[in-house]
Design a protein around this ligand. Structure first.
Ligand code: CP
Ligand code: NVA
Length: 302
C-alpha cells in the first residue's frame, strides 16, 4: 500500500526516530543514494509561492536520480477546469509521486485518496511536516540529541507550530508554545501532540506569557501573518511586538540559539541582529530542508 506524508500525527515514535536517523545518515553519505529515485518522475503542484521548499525538493530529487516537474498555481488551478480529485488522479497516470503546497488540508486529503502514488505535504493551512523534520535535524546536529531538549515557539500559532509540536512530541522534545492572546494553536492539534507526549515522556506547555520560555534550549519563531492571511500588519503589530525574538529575550530565557523557518521579516518577529549572529540556526535549517526531504522521499518510495 502506498504511504503519504500529510502530517506526522499518525506516526509512531519509533518511525519518527528512524526517519530522523535516516536524514542524518543520508546527509553524511549523499553519494550512496544517487539511485533512490532512479527513473522516477515527481510532480510538485504549488498553490502558494515558495523558495526553499520548491528548490530543495527539485535539487534533492535530482541528486536522488529522479526528476521533478513543477506546476504553478495558475497552470494547476484546481477548481477552475476540473476538480482536485480529477487533477490528482490524472497526475498519478504519469507521475510516481505528488508534492503539494495548498491552502486547505482537505485538498491534500482529496489528492491522497484520488492518487495511487505517495502524496507529500509541502505546506498547507494546518501543517508543514517537511519543515519540522529539517528543524529537528538541525537541533540534532547542534545539540547531539533531540530528546530532552526544550523548544520554545514564540509567535503566531500556525502550520509550522503544529508540525513542530507533533514531530517534537514523537521525538521526545519538550515544547513550550507562547502566543499572543487570540493567536493560539489549534487546540485539537495541541491535544494530539499532548497524547503523543504522554507516551514519549515530554512536557507540553501553552501560554500567553513570554516568561514561560525561561530555561528553553532554543527559541523558534515564524511570520506573524501566514500566506493567505490578509489581515493588515498594522492591526496585529502591537499585540505581537512583545513576542519578538531579540538579544534581550535570548539573554532572559537563557536559550543559546534562535530558529525561524523563513521567509523572515527582519526586525518584526526576529531582529536582524539575531538573524546575523552566531545564535542563528536559520541557514542550517534551510540547508537541512533538502536532507530531511530526501529521507522522506526514500522512506515513502522504498
Ligand atoms: N520555509 C519554507 O517553507 O520556505 P518557502 O515558503 O520558501 O518554501
Ligand atoms: N507559516 C508560514 C510558513 C511559511 C514557510 C506560512 O504559512 O506562510
Amino acid at each position: 500500500m502506498k504511504q503519504d506524508l500529510l502530517t506526522f500525527t499518525n506516526w509512531t515514535p519509533e518511525a519518527a526516530n528512524e526517519l530522523l536517523a535516516l536524514a542524518v545518515e543520508m546527509k553524511a553519505n549523499m553519494e550512496q543514494y544517487g539511485d533512490v529515485l532512479k527513473g522516477k518522475s515527481i510532480v510538485a503542484l504549488f498553490e502558494k509561492p515558495s523558495l526553499r521548499t520548491r528548490l530543495s525538493f527539485e535539487i534533492g530529487i535530482h541528486k536522488l536520480g529522479g526528476h521533478l516537474v513543477y506546476v504553478d498555481s495558475e497552470a494547476g488551478k484546481l477548481n477552475g477546469r476540473e476538480g482536485a480529485a480529477d487533477v490528482a488522479a490524472n497526475i498519478a497516470c504519469w507521475a510516481d509521486g505528488l508534492i503539494a503546497r495548498v491552502f486547505s488540508h482537505n485538498t491534500l486529503e482529496t489528492f491522497a485518496s484520488a492518487a495511487d502514488v505517495p502524496v507529500i505535504n509541502a505546506l498547507c493551512d494546518k501543517y508543514h511536516p517537511c519543515q519540522a523534520l529539517a528543524d529537528y535535524l538541525t537541533l540534532f546536529e547542534q545539540f547531539g540529541k533531540v530528546k530532552g531538549l526544550t523548544l520554545a515557539y514564540i509567535g503566531d500559532g500556525n502550520n509550522v507550530t503544529h508540525s513542530l509540536l507533533i514531530l517534537g512530541a514523537l521525538l521526545g522534545c519538550h515544547q513550550v508554545v507562547i502566543t499572543p492572546n487570540g493567536h493560539e494553536v489549534d487546540q485539537a492539534i495541541f491535544d494530539a501532540a499532548q497524547s503523543i507526549a504522554d507516551q514519549t515522556g515530554c512536557n507540553m506547555v501553552q501560554s500567553n506569557d513570554i516568561s514561560a520560555a525561561k530555561g528553553a534550549s532554543v527559541l523558534y519563531t515564524d511570520t506573524w501573518l501566514s500566506m493567505g492571511d490578509s489581515t493588515p500588519l498594522s492591526e496585529i503589530k502591537d499585540a505581537f511586538t512583545p513576542y519578538q525574538i531579540n538579544h534581550e529575550l535570548l539573554k532572559n530565557t537563557g536559550a543559546t540559539h534562535a530558529m525561524h523557518c523563513q521567509p523572515a521579516h527582519r526586525d518584526l518577529e526576529i531582529t536582524s541582529a539575531i538573524i546575523d549572529s552566531d545564535a542563528s540556526l536559520l541557514m542550517q535549517q534551510a540547508e537541512n530542508r533538502m536532507y530531511a526531504q530526501n529521507a522522506i522521499l526514500k522512506t515513502l518510495f522504498a
